[in-house]
Design a binder for this molecule. Structure first.
Ligand code: BES
Ligand code: ZN
Length: 587
């Protein structure tokens, strides 16, 4: 285990007793008051004074294993870290905390029955530093622990936990409630603590995988993800045996703020992946690949977030190219580059160019507030640059050794850099200019360029503003890439009207294509699409879609007014993290 450093986003300090096991009993999920009541029993590696992280929690009692109370102190609320909870761990190293969450908890979304298959639905989103809003914990990814869970739910609903072993239902109480029991034998950091309760059904995909979703979606999900076993086998070829036993999926309603979240054994996904044309598979692969790069080897602090995401995008590409083809995989990667370019443009415009650093040392900022494609694209591109330098074969050995050396631990950026020097040599490290990649803003001028026959075909059509014919053979991703690559300077309302007439993209079944069309249309001032934009913003909650649309609207005073009006209504259906992100955009 590595020597721990102070995590700037946690109140825990490295010389204090740290947690090794959690026993989490969730007694009540009050969907009316939007509050969770629970007891978290923590076991520590040693005894003495320690600090926990909390945000908006009401601490009702802290007791030792004999039930006697332990004095505690709650610090003043801070904007980023929340509140410090301090107490002394007794000699037998066990502490039980009984608490209630706030209705505004940043890590919980409570959904009304109307939006969630006729029953209320609640789920967690811990990453980056939101677990502390639903469980008092040492909320730093440098600490890992095993866990046991019991969650009391209405018998008609399912209580799902991101854990490897389901131990069934107990304690049916005659009042329509029961307890679902789960066990997680593999150590995980606090940001991967996750559950969901709702009207959920499952379909089996393979002996180690099933998909959960609202009843009206579950068959379509099973059809879309039918190849999961094949994908897991490709992953195992790259990284070694799948490390967490099961790989299940939960497809949430469209309000889910991300494309996916790699909760261990149970990845959460947006329903936007269910396209029927296979274009969502990249995200499925991405969350599965996190099992190795993120959940097995974990960033030790949020400055190393690009290790989680850069490695996972790299893996996603390698798996996708074996599953489909290198050329098709590169189209998806080019789309990620386009998102990266938009993020960079926004940073440039707002004088925030320093956030294009892989490791921005943003100690005083909530990692959610600077979430962008920098970690994803620049991080993975650095790994591709290293791979190009040493060749695929040698890099594959390096990857295998990296996973094996750091499995079930958390690592810092410098640990990784030292590992690169030790395994690939100082010369490779210097030739690729790894330090410049990590600590300087923007892309270094030796960055690999993404080229392929399919990309060239799309690029040519985009540069000459040639509208593809309706019945051409392009995939949805290629059509989307064409929209993304249309030269922004020459985008006019007239041109977008012609695109609209020729291709009817407002009514495209593929949500990614529809979204790229709407963003380009708003940027071009093609106001005919505004009703469609409003409907889209009301129906979707994924931040990747919301941010660029609100950003594009806010470019003009009338557009901004329109955006504010939509947001005022739509935000009731958004996740707390999406609400604060859009508030920042519209500030
Ligand atoms: N771990 C992330 C989601 C995340 C990151 C949540 C930081 C909160 C804070 C997940 O694995 C992810 O990367 N999702 C992407 C998927 C895409 C790159 C295929 C997303 O949601 O867009
Ligand atoms: Zn990811």
């Amino acid at each position: 285990m590595e020597h721990l450093k102070q995590d700037p986003h946690s109140f825990y300090s490295p010389d204090q007793p740290k947690v090794i096991n959690l026993s989490w009993g969730i007694h009540e999920l009050d969907t009316i008051s939007k509050q969770l009541s629970a007891t978290a029993t923590w076991e520590f590696d040693t005894f003495g004074p320690t600090n926990f992280d909390t945000r908006e929690l009401t601490i009702e009692a802290i007791v030792n294993s004999a039930g006697s109370s332990i004095p505690f102190e709650l610090g003043e609320p801070e904007k980023v870290r929340g509140q410090r909870l301090s107490f002394v761990v007794p000699e037998n190293k066990i502490v039980s905390i009984t608490y209630k969450t706030a209705p505004t908890a940043s890590g919980l979304q409570w959904m009304d029955a109307a939006l969630a298959g006729g029953q209320p639905l609640v789920y967690t989103q811990g990453e980056a530093i939101n677990a502390r809003s639903y469980v008092p914990c040492q909320d730093t990814p440098s600490i890992k622990f095993t866990a046991k869970y019991s969650i009391r739910v209405p018998e008609a609903l399912r209580g799902l936990i991101a854990a490897a072993e389901y131990n069934g239902r107990t304690g049916t109480d005659g009042q329509g409630y029961c307890i679902e029991n789960w066990n997680m034998p593999y150590p995980i950091p606090a940001y991967l603590l996750a559950f969901a309760v709702g009207n959920l059904e499952s379909r089996e995909l393979s002996p180690r995988s099933q998909v959960w979703a609202l009843p009206d979606m579950v068959d379509a999900c099973a059809a879309e993800f039918k190849d999961i076993e094949k994908l897991m086998l490709i992953g195992e070829g790259l990284f070694g045996p799948y490390p967490f036993g099961r790989q299940d999926f939960l497809v949430l309603p469209p309000a889910f703020p991300y494309g996916g979240m790699e909760n261990p054994c149970l990845s959460f996904l947006t329903p936007a992946l269910i396209t029927g044309d296979g274009s969502g598979i990249g995200t499925l692969i991405h969350e599965m690949a996190h099992a190795w790069t993120g959940n097995l080897v974990t960033n030790a602090d949020w400055d190393a977030f690009w290790l989680n995401e850069g490695w996972t995008v790299w893996a996603e590409q390698r798996i996708l190219e074996m599953y489909s083809s290198a050329d098709e995989a590169l189209v998806d990667y080019k789309l990620l580059e386009s998102e990266f370019n938009s993020d960079c443009a926004a940073y440039k415009k707002n004088d925030q160019w320093e956030y294009t650093k892989l490791s921005p040392a943003a100690d005083d900022i909530d990692p959610d507030d600077i979430f962008s494609r920098v970690a994803y694209f620049k991080g993975s591109l650095l790994l591709n640059a290293l791979e190009e330098q040493v060749g695929r074969e040698r890099f594959a050995k390096f990857v295998a050794k990296y996973i094996d050396t750091f499995k079930f631990t958390s690592i810092y950026v410098e640990t990784f850099l030292n590992f690169v020097v030790a395994e690939l040599g100082q010369e490779v490290f210097d030739t690729v200019r790894v330090r410049e990649w990590v600590y300087e803003p923007g892309l270094p001028n030796n960055a690999p360029v993404l080229e392929s026959p399919l990309i060239t075909e799309v690029q040519k059509a985009a540069e000459s503003s040639e509208i593809p014919s309706k019945d051409n053979v392009w995939s949805a991703s290629m059509l989307q890439l064409w929209l993304e690559l249309l030269p922004r300077e020459s985008l006019t309302a007239n041109f977008m009207a012609r695109v609209d007439q020729a291709l009817n993209l407002r009514n495209q079944a593929n949500i990614e294509v529809r979204w790229s069309f709407l963003v380009a249309a708003v940027e071009a001032g093609y106001i005919e699409v505004l009703p469609d934009v409003e409907a889209f913003l009301n129906a979707q909650g994924r931040m990747k879609y919301l941010k660029p649309l609100y950003r594009a609207l806010a470019e003009t005073p009338e557009g901004k007014q329109f955006a504010l009006e939509i947001f005022a209504k739509a935000k009731a259906g958004y996740h707390p993290v999406a609400i604060s992100t859009i508030e920042n955009v519209l500030k």
